[in-house]
Design a protein around this ligand. Structure first.
Ligand code: ATP
Length: 585
């Protein structure tokens, strides 16, 4: 029978039991609280029956850490905590310094894990925004933590929540008191498919974030499939936090912090992040931020960066590590020459055109730029007379002017710049949208499309939730635009698109475009606000997956000069989407 620790109010979660016994474990009395995460609560458990002397360790220890997770809490949806499954998967001899899990089971409303009792976390060393660890000790932590991640990653897992609170020292008074342990596998996921051994597939679901905002990698915050680089990026933030006592983005207060924090991370160059830190930190940061989604991290090389600092201080309190992490092979040696020459995060903003070209059988395509409102209308009418219809419109906020792309092979039979609701009734559907800086959206309505129904939606933030709901009902994004920081999205049914995906980023998502192309997607819409760029990728009926390679993207400060466009047209590449926006370089 459970005995409650204290009286509880109605509606509160059930109290933690006063005693715990799982299977044939000793009976543990629940004593002081060690910590509380977003989901679990961890207490010291003292073996009272049988009573055990204090000098015992491991499963025989007199004191253990007991973690309670309420059965209805996040991560327990599958019937048991996700963390149990990860421990089961890793097995007994995983060789990773994790607290050993001695017993696990259910008691009352709680899932209970009985584990090794460890010592203080690295968070405890930096409370009150005051760094308390010497730089040499932090270099030791860097070496130790990289080596721990290498071991975890080699078992096919990534941790998913690397932060100072999840690195604990061994229990004081034991031989492990200067060893670093990694705890909390609640967000661990596989980067490697367990059966095939291959890297899991790339994806981005921009509204899917789990982790701790200040330490999460930018990729995690943007909802990209986790891979090994995410843990390493979080480790970079952890090390800078230990050096400085805070991270540059920790001043954001209240409200939804995720967006401004992610934006600031993206705008912070390795130089700015590691300002006044010893050189190895900047080098490590630069290497990590350049890692590709499925790239094998060079753990031994990263460790070698810190060798200089660590070797000069072979015994540093509180972390005593094995300084013999030798450089096993040539690739492990990283030096100034091997540092990536181009930073992916420069922190600089650029105003640029993003122009997507796609192969198409020969056709006539015209482009007009620097058009004011009156010119726009007259070009539109002139094109109409010649059987050319508008396929794309864009607004350039540098010149406050419109750009129009017209094709002679759209299949449209009529087109208007008209009021939206009236034209819908007459089978005119929106086929192109652009937003002006002065506010409002220009809609191009066409007749003769395959569209059977359409939604036009304007939102202050990228409406991914809404798009997902419409995707589930068979609608597909057919046009995308921005007006200052607002988004306009057109979703249509009856299109030829069989599947779609989104990339949302603070800079042109080069890697995402590459990964999507490998999966057979091609770009069908692109738009950018002063902060973000969104790209819609599609797969189409009858278009082979390899067709995605028949696409080229051009990033350019000014609209491309005539001969560049003609050069592309000579190779049958025509403009298929374009936008002008302010993104990070
Ligand atoms: N084995 C242990 N020994 C000593 N203290 C521990 C142990 N495990 C956890 N703790 C303490 O309890 C805190 C919360 O533990 P943990 O992070 O595992 O819980 P969680 O609810 O899964 O957390 P989160 O919300 O961060 O995912 C830790 O920060 C640490 O201070």
């Amino acid at each position: 029978m459970d005995r409650s620790r204290s009286r509880r109010r109605r509606g509160d979660p059930p109290q933690i039991p006063e005693q715990v016994q799982i299977d044939d474990s000793p009976v543990y009395r629940i004593e002081r609280k060690l910590g509380k995460g977003s989901i679990g609560q961890v207490y010291v458990g003292r073996a009272i029956s049988p009573s055990i002397p204090y000098d015992q360790t491991g499963v025989e220890a007199a004191e253990v850490a007991i973690k309670f997770k309420h059965k209805d809490s996040k991560g327990c949806e599958g019937g048991t905590p996700h963390e149990w499954k990860v421990y089961d998967d890793l097995g007994e001899s995983h060789g990773i310094p994790l607290p050993r899990l001695h017993y696990k089971g259910q008691q009352g409303d709680y899932y209970v894990m009985v584990m090794d009792l460890l010592g203080p976390s690295l968070q405890a060393t930096s409370d009150d925004n005051r760094p308390t660890l010497p730089l040499d000790a932090i270099a030791c932590i860097a070496v130790e933590a990289i080596s721990i991640l290498e071991k975890l990653h080699s078992r096919g897992y990534i941790h998913g929540d690397i932060k100072p609170g999840n690195f604990l020292l061994g229990h004081p008074g034991t031989p492990e008191k200067k060893t670093l342990f990694l705890t909390d596998l609640g967000l661990a996921t596989r980067w490697q498919d367990a059966s095939t051994g291959s890297h899991i597939k790339y994806n981005q679901t921009p509204d899917d974030f789990r982790g701790t905002i200040p330490f999460a990698s930018v990729h995690t915050q943007l909802g990209r499939t986790s891979s090994r680089r995410n843990d390493l990026e979080s480790l970079v933030y952890m090390l800078i936090y230990l050096i400085r006592g805070r991270l540059p983005w920790q001043s954001h207060q209240g409200g939804d912090k995720a967006f401004p924090v992610c934006k600031q991370k993206m705008a912070t160059s390795p130089n700015a992040l590691c300002f006044l830190c010893p050189k190895p930190y900047k080098q490590f940061t630069t290497f990590v931020l350049h890692l590709k989604f499925d790239e094998d991290p060079n753990y031994a090389g990263y460790i070698s960066l810190f060798h200089g600092i660590v070797r000069e201080n072979p015994y540093v309190w509180p972390v005593h590590i094995d300084v013999t992490h030798e450089v096993p092979h040539k690739r492990a040696r990283l030096n100034d020459d091997s540092e990536p020459s181009q930073f992916i995060r420069t922190g600089l903003k650029v105003q640029q055109w993003i122009i997507v070209y796609r192969v198409h059988p020969p056709m006539k395509q015209s482009y007009f730029y620097n058009l004011d409102d009156a010119n726009l209308k007259s070009h539109f009418e002139k094109g109409d007379e010649e059987g050319m219809y508008v396929t794309n419109v864009a607004y350039c906020s540098n010149t406050n002017s419109w750009t129009v792309i017209m094709d002679d092979s759209t299949g449209y039979t009529d087109q208007w710049l008209e009021w939206i609701e009236k034209q819908w009734l007459e089978n005119f559907y929106i086929t192109a949208v652009a937003g002006a800086d002065k506010g409002g959206f220009l809609l191009v309505m066409s007749k003769g499309t395959h569209i059977t129904q359409q939604y036009f939606h304007v939102a202050n933030t990228f409406p991914f939730e809404w798009i997902k709901k419409k995707w589930a009902k068979g609608f597909r994004v057919t046009a995308l635009a921005t007006s200052r920081s607002r988004w306009a999205v057109v979703l249509s049914s009856g299109t030829r698109f069989t599947d779609q995906a989104v990339e949302l980023d603070f800079q042109y998502p080069e890697e995402g475009v590459h990964e999507r192309a490998k999966q057979g997607y091609y770009i069908t819409s692109v738009a950018a606000t002063p902060d973000e760029v969104a790209i819609i990728f599609s797969k189409s009926e009858g278009v082979p997956a390899t067709a995605s390679v028949e696409q080229e993207t051009l990033l350019t400060y000014g609209f491309p000069v005539d001969f560049r466009i003609k050069e592309k047209q000579a190779r049958n590449y025509y403009i298929s989407s374009l936008c002008f926006g302010l993104t990070l370089a």
